[in-house]
Each structure stands twice: as C-alpha cells, then as structure tokens.
Ligand binder design. Structure first.
Ligand SMILES: Cc1cc2nc3c(=O)[nH]c(=O)nc-3n(C[C@H](O)[C@H](O)[C@H](O)COP(=O)(O)OP(=O)(O)OC[C@H]3O[C@@H](n4cnc5c(N)ncnc54)[C@H](O)[C@@H]3O)c2cc1C
Ligand code: FES
Length: 265
C-alpha cells in the first residue's frame, strides 16, 4: 500500500519490520522495508512513524514520531534509537513482520562537504550519531571524515566497528571516562578546530549543538536540530525554532539541518 505525493517527493508507505537489534542501555536498531522512501532518502532527512502497536486499532500514541536514517540500503532503512517514552518503547518491542505507517523522506538533510580540501569533522552525541553513517556512506572523494562521538558512559556508545567500516576515523569521549577520552565530545573538537580548514557537521542534544556552534564560530558549521514534531509537514508549527535574526523556522520542512550561525548568531 504505497501512495506517492509527486509534488513533494515524499511517500506514505507501510514500514514492515525486517529485523531488530537490541543494544545496551535501552538503545536498539530496527530495519524496515520501505522501498520508495529508501530510494529517495538523503542523510539526516527523516520519517514520521506512527508507532501504534500493530494490533491496536486505537489512537495511542496519537502522533507519529520522527526518526532519522542510520543506514539506507534500498529497499531497507535501518533506524537507531533509544527508549525515552511510550513510542520508542513500542518500537523496541517490535517483531519481524510488524507493520507501521511511515511518511518520508522529510526535511532537508546534510549536504556533502563544500570544500574538498577542508577536513570534515562530524560531531555526534547519543542517538545523534545515526545520520553520520548514512552521510559517510554517500560521500565520494575528498578527505576521510573524522567522527567525534560522545556519550555519558560506555553503554551509550555503539556501532563503532560499523562506523569505522564506513571509512570514518572515530574518536570517542565519555563523561565518566569509561571509554575513550574523559569528558564531553567538545574536548575532542578543540583539537580539530586548531586546523586551518575544517567543516563541522553536528547532531545531538541541543546543549551539545550550541556548544559546538559557539566553538566553531567563523567556520562552516551545519547542525541537525531536534524539536518535538507533531506532523512533519509544516502544519502544526510544533517544531518552530527561534532564529538568531528574529522569527522562527519550522524545522520539519526548513530543516532539520541549518547553519549554526542562523540559530546562535
Ligand atoms: C528530525 C528528528 C529526527 C530524530 N531521529 C531520531 C533517531 O534517529 N533516533 C532516536 O532515538 N530519536 C530520534 N529523534 C527523537 C525521537 O523522535 C524521540 O525520542 C521520540 O519521538 C520520543 O517518542 P516517545 O513516544 O518514546 O517519547 P515521548 O513520550 O514523546 O517523550 C519522552 C521524553 O522525551 C522527550 N522528547 C521526545 N521527543 C523529543 C524530541 N524530538 N527532542 C527532544 N526531546 C524529546 C520528551 O520531552 C520527554 O521528556 C528524532 C527527532 C527529530 C526531531
Ligand atoms: S512538525 Fe508540524 S510544523 Fe513541523
């Protein structure tokens, strides 16, 4: 059952669960069969997924939830997520063959590095690592990206082998020092910002994004923003983010990727 919207390039499609991997500390990955969305998806775009239990004809949770793409191998899309509430708990309890409804791909995502001589530096916190595997897999030529990957503790860091296999050099920081460098991911970024030509791409919790944006001022810095999303198509205005120049941007349609200077000046 697949209905295309030719005007917008997005599709409403049944997402059939192919497999699920449970990871430490309530993280998991789910692979869906989503042929039309997978064929069109670019890094850091996302789907809105209605995560009602497949057997539940009711309305709980009422609103779909946004998820970005970890890996896109048409006809499959893999999502990396953490249980934080009812929707993500339902998703983690999925079984192969379960079906949900998805809308996507939505928003505009990361573009490949603009300056092929600049060092691409990816900065990720927690589930914010997801778009970088997809981004690295779509890059051709240019410098090998470095991925600076932060979490509270060892149990928050996953998939490092897979990230390295996607031709990224991975550096890890944990706040309790249980893996990699002791401290926040910004400790790792300081060193890379000493280089003359660096292009920064960041995805993670808002305080991390703001810190990365402030440190990277004067350099190209692209951030993938997060907000509560009710519709994903610019209707509910739930995802409006204030802009440095005044006014707001609905980041489901005018994002989630923005220049850091547009948000933090
Ligand atoms: C563009 C985009 C892409 C995303 N991609 C991923 C992804 O790949 N993997 C992943 O695990 N998560 C991702 N998220 C966040 C994910 O959508 C939320 O974790 C999910 O909607 C929570 O649903 P829930 O029903 O489990 O929790 P709820 O019961 O809705 O909320 C539980 C708690 O989480 C907080 N919360 C919920 N949604 C958000 C949000 N969007 N931003 C900040 N805090 C929130 C709530 O304030 C509350 O405290 C993304 C969000 C956006 C906007
Ligand atoms: S989520 Fe509804 S306007 Fe962006």
């Amino acid at each position: 059952v697949s209905e295309a919207s030719r005007e917008t390039g997005r599709f409403r499609e049944v997402a059939r669960v192919v497999s699920l991997r449970e990871l430490p500390n309530r993280y998991f990955t789910v692979t869906f069969s989503l042929p039309r969305i997978a064929a069109a998806a670019t890094p850091s775009q996302f789907i809105m997924l209605s995560v009602r239990a497949p057997s539940d004809p009711g309305w709980d949770p009422l609103l779909p939830r946004p998820f970005t793409f970890l890996r896109v191998r048409p006809p499959h899309i893999e999502v990396y997520a953490r249980v934080v509430g009812r929707g993500t708990a339902l998703l983690r309890a999925s079984r192969a063959g379960d079906e949900y409804l998805a809308l996507g791909p939505l928003g505009w995502g990361f573009e490949p590095p603009r300056d092929r001589d600049a060092q691409p530096v990816f900065v990720a916190g927690g589930v914010g690592v997801a778009p970088f595997l997809h981004l690295a897999e779509t890059l051709s030529g240019g410098r090998r990206p470095v991925l600076l990957y932060g979490g509270r503790r060892r149990a928050d860091i996953h998939l490092v082998d897979e990230l390295e296999a996607a031709n990224m050099s991975v550096e890890v920081a944990t706040e309790d020092g249980s893996l990699g460098t002791h401290g926040r991911v910004t400790v790792l970024l300081e060193k890379w910002l000493k280089r003359p030509a660096v292009e920064v791409f960041a995805c993670g919790p808002e305080p991390m994004l703001e810190a990365v944006a402030r440190m990277s001022r004067g350099r190209p810095c692209h951030v993938s923003l997060e907000a509560r999303m009710g519709c994903g198509i610019g209707v509910c205005r739930g995802c409006a983010v204030p802009l440095a120049t005044g006014g707001f941007a609905e980041i489901c349609v005018a994002g989630p990727v923005r220049e850091a200077s547009e948000i933090w000046g």
